[in-house]
Ligand binder design. Sequence first.
Ligand code: PMP
Length: 440
Amino acid sequence: MPLDRKPAPNDLRAFWMPFTANRQFKSAPRMLVASKDMHYTTSDGRQVLDGTAGLWCCNAGHCRPRITEAVQAQVGELDYAPAFQMGHPLAFELANRLVDIAPDGMEHVFYCNSGSEAVDTALKIALAYHRARGDAARTRLIGRERGYHGVGFGGISVGGIVNNRRHFGTLLAGVDHMPHTHLPENVFTKGQPEHGANLADELERIVALHGAETIAAVIVEPMAGSTGVLMPPKGYLEKLRAITKKHGILLIFDEVITGFGRLGSPFAAQHFGVVPDMITCAKGLTNGVIPMGAVLASAQIHDAFMQGPEHIIELFHGYTYSGNPISCAAAIATLDTYAEEGLLTRAAGLETYWQEAIHSLRDHPNVVDIRNMGLIGAVELSPIDGQPGKRGFDMFVKAFEAGILIRVTGDIIAMSPPLIISEAQIDELIGTLGDVLKTA
Ligand code: PMP
């Protein structure tokens, strides 16, 4: 194309959108052009209340001046620094800050650029850890049905959301899945469900099948988000921890959604009082402003690599943008904002209000389950005539038109508002959703 023939900016053809029905979208686009605190502005000038913190990531709300200014200043001072054999002070400062708020026992931080990369990094560290200890037969990875661990090959292999896997061939070999924890006897439970701790015993079955000496790691979301918000049954995570420990298997918590205050503690591991060997995080790490992910690891894992001659590279893994200065500046300003406004624990104080609000939707048409914890919740709807996802998508579009942003996975409506939300805004979010649900 000659340089003087630029396509019109409103020509939507070229952008192949992720996780989107592209043809449907382009025939009726929804465009966001600005954001501030709890709201988005649409291209037609409407305000939309953000019920999802963007994509579970803008925990402090939008366009927070401290974060914006930190990014702007950093871009003008040190825009990029090579990540290998070289460093810059912010990367070290941020790692220390993360260790400070992480569960006791998480002592080291490896940077990447997204949740998917954090997952693949943690899985690779798990494999290399066992090998570094002379346990090279430990290569199996265990995930869970309905688990979401991003879209890398490692992540979709251990993940258990069927559509994300089945189009992509054979994936990683040597992966098993435990059952998911969505049990019919737990429907409409407020908070953590009573039934299902024994589902963790399925891990013993897998261990018996393959032998513990072949299993490297188990990865779970402590609270499964993307599949439609599934809470861990009481005692379940404790059991997983006990079984993994007993067999020398590493336990990885994927906290890409639960990290940074979603459940009322900095990490879900603290909320549930269960400490894994590694934690993956992203999203709320920079308030969604700049892509960044991280793996937090125990000293035991890290130290297993710090053997042998000092000039040897200990882990052959990393990214061009690992610990990027702009990301680090955004993350530090984000942690400052969280600390100043008490956001990492704010969800605990609002939990009951949120819980009662969301459960008030119980008697609306076609609602078959409601789940909640911290500042996250889901309303599950029955599918229209065996066509999964139709009712959910209809609700999403109507909600957007009515001025609220919700997220749908199939027929499950998920909400995870910014942690700055007020009680009045909770009322508005749930009230508007209630109006929309009347047409479900
Ligand atoms: N793990 C979990 C638990 C997630 O929720 C997500 C994103 N929703 C990811 C991994 C992937 O993160 P990203 O989209 O940043 O790659």
